[in-house]
Design a protein around this ligand. Structure first.
Ligand code: COA
Ligand code: MG
Length: 309
């Protein structure tokens, strides 16, 4: 049986902030930010002439104690250049040496792109817990999303999360960026579906206009309704709106606890379906409620960690 949406681990990834690896002011700011994950970028935000410097900045950040001092639970991801580029192999070596939680592979077109990175990591005895994230941001990547997601199927697989690269998709397809993303949405939904088919998390693309709070809030609400786990972000001001939109509203938690409590009653022990407040509630709703409660607990623990730092 394949991993499914409801059997994958619960890990809040509401807000995933890109940070150009050579931006020292942004690195200094990071410990005070409440994003769930950070993606240190060696790819598109770094010019060819600055690649070496960015790689070195990252090596220092991870070796001199600054990475270890980040808030507990903030997931650390490094985006490398594609292995087919002049920088990919060296980026991968550097990233592996940093011991992040995950390495993000850009412009994944086909399963072979994941395999090549897995093989290279295996040759360096990379820890089994080191995960891979994949950017789906090319026409071929979207068309092959199901086959790529299938790479997560085997037990030792590292693939864990998809990110939709909306800027690259717009560039590669000629589609016009419009509010509500009418032309992009069919492809985004295809990526969500592929991720879910094989138990991957999936994150929405970035919102470029970081001063437009209302526009970001709207796109976060849309993304949450489309099934994304969270949003990739470019600026600290975008973290709070994403945490809200992809977080758990108090009334959702109340409802989830009511479902869990109802199924725990002695008279409901052997029942697969019950009535609660005039609505049919099935065991699948219990599963969803239990996941939501677990996610709320993890978010709470994360916020507790923030306050402690
Ligand atoms: N991560 C952490 N801190 C960030 C940040 C980020 N992505 N973006 C900005 N900041 C910090 C700035 O360093 C500044 O801190 P300071 O006051 O201590 O100097 C503060 O937030 C306010 O920044 P602001 O002046 O509003 O923005 P800016 O002009 O410095 O930067 C961007 C704007 C868009 C260039 C910058 O946000 C950025 O580089 N974002 C990431 C881009 C990226 O990675 N793209 C690739 C993936 S799509
Ligand atoms: Mg891209």
């Amino acid at each position: 049986m394949t991993k499914s949406f409801s059997s994958r681990p619960v890990r809040p990834r509401r807000s995933v902030l890109y940070l150009p690896a050579n931006n020292s002011r942004a690195l200094d700011k990071l410990p005070g930010l409440s994003c769930d994950s950070v993606v240190f970028d060696l790819e598109d935000s770094i010019t060819p002439g600055a690649k070496d410097e960015a790689r070195e900045a990252l090596r220092s950040f991870f070796s001199d104690g600054r990475a270890a001092a980040l808030p507990v639970g903030m997931e650390k991801v490094i985006r490398i250049n594609a292995l087919s580029s002049p920088w990919g192999a060296e980026d991968l070596l550097a990233a592996r040496g940093c011991k992040p939680d995950a390495i993000l592979i850009p412009k994944v077109d086909a399963p072979e792109d994941i395999l090549a990175v897995e093989d290279a990591l295996d040759q360096t005895d990379a820890p089994a817990g080191l995960r891979l994230w994949a950017m789906i941001e090319t026409p071929r990547g979207v068309m092959n999303a199901g086959q790529i997601a299938r790479m997560a199927r085997s037990d030792g697989a590292r693939l864990d999360c998809f990110i939709t690269g909306t800027n690259d998709l717009l560039k590669e397809t000629g589609v016009t960026a419009l509010p509500g993303r009418p032309w992009l949405s069919p492809w985004l939904m295809q990526i969500v579906l592929a991720a879910r088919a094989y138990g991957l998390d999936v994150l929405d693309g970035v919102y470029n206009d970081f001063k437009d709070e209302a526009g970001l809030a709207r796109e976060c609400t849309d993304g949450q309704a489309m099934g994304f786990d969270g949003k990739t972000l470019i600026h600290p001001a975008q973290i709070a709106p994403a945490n809200t939109a992809f977080g758990i509203a108090p009334e959702q938690l109340v409802q989830a606890r009511a479902i869990a409590e109802a199924f725990a009653l002695p008279e409901n022990q052997d029942r697969g379906v019950i009535s609660l407040g005039g609505r049919m509630v099935e065991l699948l709703h219990l599963e969803m409620a239990e996941r939501l409660i677990e996610k709320a607990e993890r978010i709470e623990a994360r916020q507790g960690g923030d306050q402690a730092t």
